[in-house]
Design a binder for this molecule. Structure first.
Ligand code: F3S
Length: 398
């Protein structure tokens, strides 16, 4: 891969330890994938923030980078393992909080915005159409490529960090127009009736597309929250982190549906629920906000919870970014949700908080949330917001 004089100096260690390490990562990736050069990126989203996933080895890696590393572009963070302000309320131990705070200190020292959300595009890290970025976090990567039309590969935590320190990323994969075209046509004949159907649709298309780029037809309308949920699901269950939805996402007008075609029927949506859902009676955890809740979703939750009471046997979380919670405070949504017994889980989420062994079963609107909850040994129910709230109030599935 061609390197400029400045990049070569960094690789030689003339600009310090972190610049050298970062260039080593970028050069190795560039060489593996045949990139001709590095290109500038407009922003970076860094995943791998929870101490639960990083452990002491990850913390040490970050502390070493933080010694002389400063990011060169707008850089935001994925969710951490706890609410950074109100972690006790979520049942997080002192010991975990101490370690998580050390991780956050390291990121802060690097000049990264401590945003701790997987929806950076809702809180100020919003790339423009066609802009090159280096994001990790699969749902955000899929949203950026497909709904916004920005260009990013699915970075890992270290490669995203390296891009942040250099301000550049190797020019390969989804940065190149020739790799962004659709290669399978998915015609959706199924009728989507409720919000969680978007997660089920993501499951079905992910399985059918299997590492291909789908060109989706048959969808008449989709709002931001539906697309956000679909993005999280379709990439979790199989497809590449980019899709086209005819008449809805940018770039869909530039492409024709590929010849290879599959359909999604009502029975596929039904099968998705059957595969994601377990037989459960007791619901001791309900989590809304995977990806992190928008203010519109929080408003809906508050409306549905008004004058209701969550079962004392059920923990109810609204996972969101802190700026979104601050908006919710101003409209009294927070007061309504907390009065009903719900909790805000800012800065964190159901997948990266240390939840293993705490709950038996979860109800959620998110197909991706179900996937990760099974890794946390929970039984899962993918359901509409109304059904999730009913389960939270009754403490059981009915
Ligand atoms: Fe976001 Fe966590 Fe879901 S990072 S997409 S809320 S698993």
């Amino acid at each position: 891969m061609y390197l400029t004089k400045e990049e070569q100096r960094m690789l030689n260690g003339e600009e310090g330890y972190t610049a050298k390490k970062s260039m080593e990562i970028l050069a190795a990736l560039g060489n593996i994938y045949g990139a001709e050069k590095l290109i500038k990126v407009g922003s970076v989203q860094v995943a791998g923030v929870s101490y639960h996933n990083l452990g002491d080895a990850g913390l040490e890696f970050l502390n070493n980078l933080a010694k002389d590393g400063k990011v060169k572009v707008l850089t935001t963070l994925n969710p951490a393992g706890m609410d950074l302000e109100d972690w006790r309320k979520l049942g997080i131990s002192e010991e975990f909080a101490k370690k998580q705070n050390l991780v956050i200190d390291a990121f802060r020292k690097m000049g990264i915005i401590i945003s701790c959300t997987c929806t950076p595009y809702l809180i100020g890290n919003l790339p423009r159409y066609g802009e090159h970025i280096a994001w990790s976090e699969s749902s955000a990567v899929t949203f950026a490529n497909s709904v916004i039309g920005a260009k990013t590969n699915r970075e890992g935590g270290p490669s995203a960090l390296a891009a942040a320190f250099v301000g550049k990323t190797p020019y390969y994969g989804l940065h190149l127009e020739e790799n962004r075209g659709p290669d399978t046509h998915v015609d959706v004949k199924a009728k989507l009736k409720k919000f969680s159907d978007w997660g089920a649709l993501g499951y079905s298309i992910g399985k059918k597309a299997q590492n291909k780029i789908p060109y989706i037809t048959g969808i008449e309308a989709a709002d931001l929250d539906e697309l956000k949920s679909f993005c999280a699901s379709v990439v979790t269950y199989g497809s590449k982190p980019i899709f086209y939805m005819k008449g809805i996402t940018p770039g869909s007008e530039k492409h024709q549906p590929p010849k290879e075609k599959v359909t999604v029927e009502d029975r596929d949506i039904k099968e998705a629920y059957e595969s994601i859902n377990d037989d459960v009676e007791v619901i001791d955890f309900v989590c809304i906000g995977c990806p992190h809740s928008s203010i519109k979703e929080i408003a809906k939750i508050a409306k549905l919870l008004k004058d209701k009471r969550i079962s004392p046997n059920t923990e109810f979380w609204v996972a969101t970014s802190r700026p979104m919670k601050q908006l919710a405070d101003k409209r009294s949504y927070t007061a309504t949700i907390e009065k009903a017994g719900g909790k805000f889980a800012c800065d964190t989420c159901m997948a990266v908080a240390p939840l293993k062994g705490r709950f038996r079963s979860v109800a959620t609107t998110s197909a991706k949330g179900c996937y990760y909850s099974r890794h946390n040994d929970m039984k899962t129910k993918l359901a509409s917001l109304e059904e999730c709230i009913e389960a939270a109030v009754k403490g059981k599935w009915s």
